[in-house]
Ligand binder design. Structure first.
Ligand SMILES: Cc1ncc(COP(=O)(O)O)c(C=O)c1O
Length: 395
């Protein structure tokens, strides 16, 4: 007799659904598909030769190799925590290494914050739309959702925390102004609401002035991050490489102490070897020269995609014009369903995009799609957008 697994799963599993994007990924890799799909980094930007050198540096010296290959502290490799405390300081966030937890990608930071604060049925306030991966992490804690407070949404449900991406949010590509950041902090203070700031795209700014992260503004108001209400996740995935899975979480020391217990239970610590290699890479690669190379390529891809939208899209279609990040958010004419449209575009016209619906936890706007320009060859963007526009003209 075969075992019936379904009734044995924990209640939280019922809320866990596969991400549309992962499901689409296979189709997107087919060579004839023009892909505005998954928001993954352009692999030719990976400094593979420097990565190889960094592994060599760490492993060729027996002293450092022994440290790299051993178990290590759950909070993270101390020199990396120190390095990141300095990096956060340069972003206007005065913090100590004890305010930092090294995570296995910033995705793990989102998961851990969910685990720390959410009992089944608790509410998280999110942007509308928001990052699918965060919803999946909070779903695993059996979360409910409501919208973050804003000028047009004043009275959200009582919540454990609010989750937001002030810089070039996924999926809209938009960036909060300084006034909007201050306003969000005012509203969070009025609601006594902790905020989780996801800064995944912060370094990918192509124009305009960099703005201080929420956690920096809050530290100024509160007199340090230990007294503030903002937690922050950072990552090397978009600036160096995603595969080493090294990210970080910044929080008051009391919160970090609890998160370290969760880290111990989850995986003891992030790979020591990867943390040491990432530290070496960050010191050598997180500089203007490398970041300019990365930003220049994505900016060009953004520009050709925006120009194609301008040229081909019929009246009634609108889109965001992001100053950074990897995404453009397209609002289709009223009544056009983004999921059906994206599926047809892939099947019939070999153009991949992501339906906007899966990015909403509340107040779904069905006539939306997300375009990622990170992987689009410059000579294919025009043709891809033309095909989408032709479909819309026929609807
Ligand atoms: C907004 C946002 N946050 C977090 C992540 C997770 O990135 P990582 O776990 O590689 O740091 C992503 C990945 O695409 C993202 O788009």
């Amino acid at each position: 007799m075969t075992t019936n697994w379904t009734p044995r799963y924990a209640t939280r599993i019922a809320g866990m659904v596969p991400s549309d994007i992962r499901e689409l990924a296979k189709a997107m890799r087919q060579p004839d598909v023009i892909s505005f799909g998954g928001g993954i980094p352009e692999p030719t930007l990976f400094p593979h030769d420097v990565v190889a050198e960094s592994f060599q540096r760490v492993l060729s010296d027996p002293q450092t190799a022994r440290i790299a290959l051993q178990y290590s502290e759950s909070g993270g490799y101390m020199p990396l925590r120190e390095y990141l405390a300095g990096y956060m300081g340069s972003r206007g966030v005065p913090c100590a290494p004890e305010n930092i937890l090294i995570t296995s990608g910033s995705q793990q930071g989102l998961d851990f914050v969910g685990r720390l604060f959410l009992s089944p049925g608790d509410t998280v306030l999110v942007e509308m739309p928001t990052y699918i991966g965060a919803l999946r992490a909070f779903d695993a804690c059996e979360a409910k959702y409501d919208g973050l407070p804003s000028a047009d949404y004043l009275r959200p449900a009582k919540a454990k925390f609010g989750y937001l991406m002030p810089d070039f949010q996924n999926p809209r590509g938009t960036c909060m102004t300084l006034a909007e950041r201050e306003d969000m902090l005012d509203r969070a203070a009025a609601l006594d609401l902790p905020l989780l700031e996801d800064s995944a795209y912060e370094s990918l700014r192509y124009e305009g002035m960099a703005l201080p992260p929420l956690i920096a503004l809050e530290a100024k108001r509160a007199g340090g991050i230990d007294k503030g209400r903002v937690l922050y996740t950072g990552t090397f995935s978009k600036t160096i490489v995603p595969s080493l899975r090294v990210g970080w979480l910044v929080a008051p020391v009391d919160v970090i102490a609890k998160l370290i217990l969760i880290k111990q239970a989850a995986d003891l610590h992030t790979s020591t070897l990867n943390q040491m290699v990432m530290m070496d890479l960050a010191q050598r690669m997180l500089n203007e020269e490398h970041l300019t190379r990365v930003r220049t390529l994505y900016k060009r891809r953004r520009d050709v995609t925006l120009a194609a939208l301008e040229k081909h899209m019929p009246k009634g279609v609108t889109w965001t014009r992001p100053e950074g990040g990897l995404y453009i958010w397209v609002t289709l004419p009223e009544g056009v369903d983004g999921t059906t449209f994206a599926a047809r575009a892939l099947k019939e016209n070999r153009v991949a995009s992501v339906s906007g619906k899966s990015c909403f936890a509340v107040k779904t706007v069905p006539n939306t799609i997300r375009l990622s320009f990170s992987l689009i060859p410059e000579d294919k963007a025009d043709e891809g957008i033309r095909r989408l526009a032709d479909m819309l003209k026929k609807i």
